[in-house]
Design a protein around this ligand. Structure first.
Ligand code: MG
Length: 239
């Protein structure tokens, strides 16, 4: 399998700083292992920015041979956030989401995930959410008490129930097997709070290149109001 990717991040139309982090930062293609991730930081002053950058940097640093397990990478990111928090009292209470995928040449995709950033699989024209949101509304949706559209408008939609920066953090693991023609999206909630599942699906269906897909998603979030930072990575799998 060959992977072609594009990432895009934008501060949005309301926030003054971009507290999301993304890897890889530049577009590219590989027939070796690809590590792609999105982190969405939270915390006062610059702490959210620090949390997402520190977590992502620590999580992607080991080579695939050194650390083949994405959940262990997320735990490494968690330790880095706790350490950075202990160094500076203005960072107390900071945290970040982290959704990290390891795309293997044989088509295996291993995912480590904490928070409300999401991974989606777009296959044969249909978009499927791969990760569970660790959020107040995400739990209500899974319990059948709220539908996804109601969740987007819920006043407590931004309450995240599990973040890096927590001792003893529990990390979700997901495994997928990709087919040629699959498109994978990792994104922060700046996209999913603004653009419906159907809207995301249409953009992924209507764009040919990963670059057009990535920037098309960011532009759609900003057209809808851009109330948060929006960050995406789009990865195409091709034989
Ligand atoms: Mg956000």
């Amino acid at each position: 399998m060959k992977y072609t990717w594009s990432s895009a991040t934008h501060v949005g139309l309301v926030r003054e700083s971009n507290q999301d982090s993304v890897a890889p930062e530049h577009d590219g293609a590989t027939d070796e292992i690809l590590i792609a991730a999105v982190a969405d930081g939270m915390g006062g002053a610059a702490a959210g920015d620090v949390a997402s950058r520190v977590a992502l940097a620590a999580a992607i640093a080991p080579t695939p041979e050194e650390q083949p397990d994405p959940a262990a990478r997320v735990r490494t990111g968690n330790e880095a956030v706790l350490k950075a928090e202990a160094e500076d009292r203005t960072r107390r209470g900071m945290g970040t989401t982290l959704t990290l995928g390891m795309f293997h040449p044989d088509g295996h995709l291993d995912v480590g995930h904490v928070g409300d950033s999401r991974m989606y699989l777009f296959r044969d024209g249909t978009l499927t959410q791969v990760t569970d949101d660790h959020s107040f509304v995400g739990e209500l949706v899974r319990a059948g008490k709220l539908n996804p559209t109601e969740a987007m408008q819920h006043p407590r939609r931004n309450i995240v129930t599990r973040v890096l920066g927590t001792p003893g953090l529990q990390v979700d693991s997901v495994e997928l097997h990709l087919h040629s023609g699959d498109r994978v999206l990792i994104c922060s909630d700046g996209l999913t709070d603004m653009v419906t599942r159907g809207g995301i699906e249409a953009i992924l269906a209507d764009t040919t290149t990963v670059t057009d897909a990535a920037w098309g998603l960011v532009e759609a979030a900003n057209r809808a109001g851009g109330v948060d930072n929006t960050t995406v990575v789009v990865v195409d799998a091709d034989q």
